[in-house]
Design a protein around this ligand. Structure first.
Ligand SMILES: Cc1cc2nc3c(=O)[nH]c(=O)nc-3n(C[C@H](O)[C@H](O)[C@H](O)COP(=O)(O)O)c2cc1C
Length: 369
């Protein structure tokens, strides 16, 4: 029996398998409102065969978007557009759908990656950015304003408001984005946090604001739905976040009632060298947190491409859930194909069953093409 295809409880949700679609920004929103692109994108992910879909980093306030084309959840129009997408998907798929709530901090106010390589937005599109310290992401980037108490209160309230909207829109899960060098990483990492107050210095202080956000989100998000967090196991730079620190942060989140911990890395230091060509390059961070917080549901991600690789890391106890991103852009039926590879029922939508391994003589030839 395949572990990847063994159902798994994540808080109050029971996932039909342990494949999770990792959040992927589409940079295709208008004023934070999802567009027809998102309708087809989220719809096809819901049909991918995964047990859970987490949609893209969605700004909790306008200043918290990475680019001016990011989705947001701070107004009624955005909420209504997401509600429509989920309502329509529910007519053809029961795959749970989550949203990653995010604040980009000093990495906000950019172009989409395909315009000027995602560099700072031009002056007519740029906005003031915020961080732990007034330190730019790169020398040629805008300098953020260090958040003061009132600014922190505003950000916390924005996360709570976005969570309330996400609930009303029909999302089944929220993932707190505390990774990839965005605002909460900027507090967590000593490389971006130079504060001398109670929010800077030792890990206990650097965690203080991220944990405040996490607690407010836990209080706001219904216990009948699932809540998780994504955070870094490493900045891939000397002096940055360590797997041991990630484990301490993970323990705090788990004890707070977070239903899963999603381990990733990088994005906080522009010059970092990330071994992103190594299969499962971030799995050791999941493994470290799983070792320190064995009761938690731990999710691994990062160049996990082959279903047997996914199955093996679960069998070795390195993680409980496997997230995939680019593999599903490459093959939107990745989950169905993984089921065939691991000897489990394919689970295609009935409309597509005639292209399944059991019915279509061309299935094997199509795979080897
Ligand atoms: C197009 C694209 C957009 C992404 N957007 C996000 C995002 O919104 N939030 C996030 O935490 N990670 C984001 N990521 C990172 C992925 O979630 C994932 O961690 C990374 O791609 C490594 O997994 P993979 O090897 O399976 O692609 C994005 C990746 C891609 C390819």
């Amino acid at each position: 029996m395949s572990l990847l295809f063994t159902p798994r409880a994540v808080g109050p949700l029971t996932l039909r398998n342990r494949i999770v679609i990792a959040p992927m920004c589409q940079y295709s929103a208008v004023d934070g409102v999802p567009q027809p692109w998102h309708v087809q994108h989220i719809g096809r992910l819901a049909l991918s065969g995964a047990g859970l879909v987490i949609i893209e980093a969605t700004g909790v306030e306008a200043a918290g978007r990475i680019s001016w084309a990011d989705t947001g959840l701070w107004n009624d129009e955005q909420e209504a557009a997401f509600a429509r997408i989920i309502r329509d998907i529910r007519t053809y798929s029961d795959t749970p759908i989550g949203v990653q709530l995010a604040h980009a901090g000093r990495k906000a106010s950019t172009n989409p990656p395909w315009i000027d390589r995602g560099g700072p937005a031009p002056s007519d599109k740029a906005w003031e950015t915020f961080s732990a310290s007034a330190q730019p992401y790169r020398d040629d980037w805008h300098t953020p304003t260090a958040l003061d108490q009132a600014g922190m209160d505003r950000v916390v309230a924005a996360f709570v408001d976005a969570a309330t909207r996400a609930d009303r829109a029909g999302f089944d899960l929220v993932e707190l984005h505390a990774a990839h060098g965005y605002l909460l990483t900027q507090f967590l990492s000593p490389l971006s946090n130079e504060r001398t107050d109670e929010f800077g210095g030792p890990l206990e202080n650097r965690m203080r604001f991220p944990l405040r956000v996490a607690q407010a989100l836990r209080d706001a998000w219904p216990r009948a739905k699932a809540l998780g967090a994504r955070f870094n196991g490493s900045d891939w730079t000397e002096g940055g976040i360590t797997p041991d620190e990630a484990a301490v942060f993970g323990r705090a989140l788990h004890d707070m009632g977070y239903d899963y911990l999603h381990l990733t890395s990088g994005g906080n230091v522009a010059s970092a060298r990330i071994p992103g060509d190594q299969p499962g390059y971030q799995v050791p961070f999941a493994e470290a947190v799983k070792g320190a917080v064995p009761e938690a549901n731990v999710m691994a991600v990062g160049l996990i491409v082959d279903p047997h690789q996914a199955e093996a890391l679960l069998a070795e106890g390195k993680a409980d859930l496997v997230a995939v991103a680019r593999a599903v852009l490459d093959d939107p039926n990745w989950g169905h194909h993984a089921a065939v590879a691991l000897g489990t029922a394919e689970g295609l939508p009935v409309q597509y069953e005639r292209a399944g391994a059991e019915h279509w003589p061309g299935y094997a030839a199509a795979r080897s093409a």
